[in-house]
Design a protein around this ligand. Structure first.
Ligand code: 13P
Length: 253
């Protein structure tokens, strides 16, 4: 059975104190209300990773993720953080291909493929994001656009490598806008993605790949989204900054 995953993407938010406070609240809630069968990933900005890790300790089911990694292995690349360094700090996941990185940092499909390789080479699980703009959705080419993103940055992987990847469908028009994709729209895209994965890697691998939904997910809509057969969890932005909201989302399964 594929993993159910809820990942919180803090983006570029929270001071050291705020991050510690939020993490302490989450850890306490996870101790009080044991979360069964759901993998929780906390993806803070880089400087938070180590102190957050120390607070999380061995809390069952909670893992650490980064929001990005370099496409390079190591060396003179000022300001970059490699997958190798992240792995050495106990990081398990890395978000790659987020639309904000594609748009503001001009990350293209070839660069993303290299980042995916780096992540896998160092034992990190990529949470690979894909999603369409409003314009593309309205033109009706959203499915082929999203499938093409997956093909371009992931389909060079061997079946063994690919089976370690998590996918997050994040329609750009739903990110931070308060406008969630309906559960039906999410299900439709997730099912299309799964059949696309099956066409390349076969049904068994497609069936065990977790596909998360992201874009204005919150405690009010998570249950309906997660209730769909091909929605295996969420990548949560704004609502991951509030402990109660995040926990409610985790408990929505
Ligand atoms: P919001 O949940 O704030 O819409 O952000 C979604 C997202 O981009 C997560 O990566």
């Amino acid at each position: 059975m594929r993993k159910k995953i809820v990942a919180g993407n803090w983006k570029m938010n929270l001071s050291f104190e705020e991050g510690q406070q939020l993490t302490s609240e989450l850890v306490n809630m996870f101790k009080d209300e044991a979360i069964q069968d759901v993998v929780v990933v906390i993806n803070p900005p880089f400087p938070h990773l180590y102190p957050v890790q120390r607070l999380v300790g061995d809390t069952a089911g909670v893992f650490l993720g980064a929001q990005n990694c370099s496409d390079k292995e190591s060396g003179a690349f000022t300001g970059e953080v490699s997958a190798k360094i992240l792995a050495s700090f106990g990081v398990s996941y890395v978000i790659l291909g987020h639309s904000e990185r594609r748009e503001y940092f001009k990350e293209d499909q070839t660069l993303l493929a290299t980042k995916v390789n780096q992540a896998l080479a160092h034992g990190l699980t990529p949470i690979f994001c894909c999603g369409e703009s409003l314009e593309i959705r309205e033109s009706g080419t959203h499915e082929e656009t999203v499938k093409a993103q997956v093909t371009a940055s992931l389909f060079h992987l061997s079946p063994e490598e690919f089976s370690k990847v998590v996918i997050a469908y994040e329609p750009i028009w739903a990110i931070g806008t308060g406008k969630t994709a309906s559960a039906e729209q999410a299900q439709e895209m997730h099912a299309a993605l799964r059949s696309h994965l099956a066409s390349k890697y076969g049904q068994a691998i497609a069936e065990q790949t977790s596909i998360l939904y992201g874009g204005s997910a919150n405690p009010g809509n998570a249950k309906e989204l997660f209730g769909k057969p091909d929605v295996d969890g969420g990548l949560i932005g704004g609502a991951s900054l509030k402990s109660r909201d995040f926990i409610e989302i985790v408990k929505s399964f």
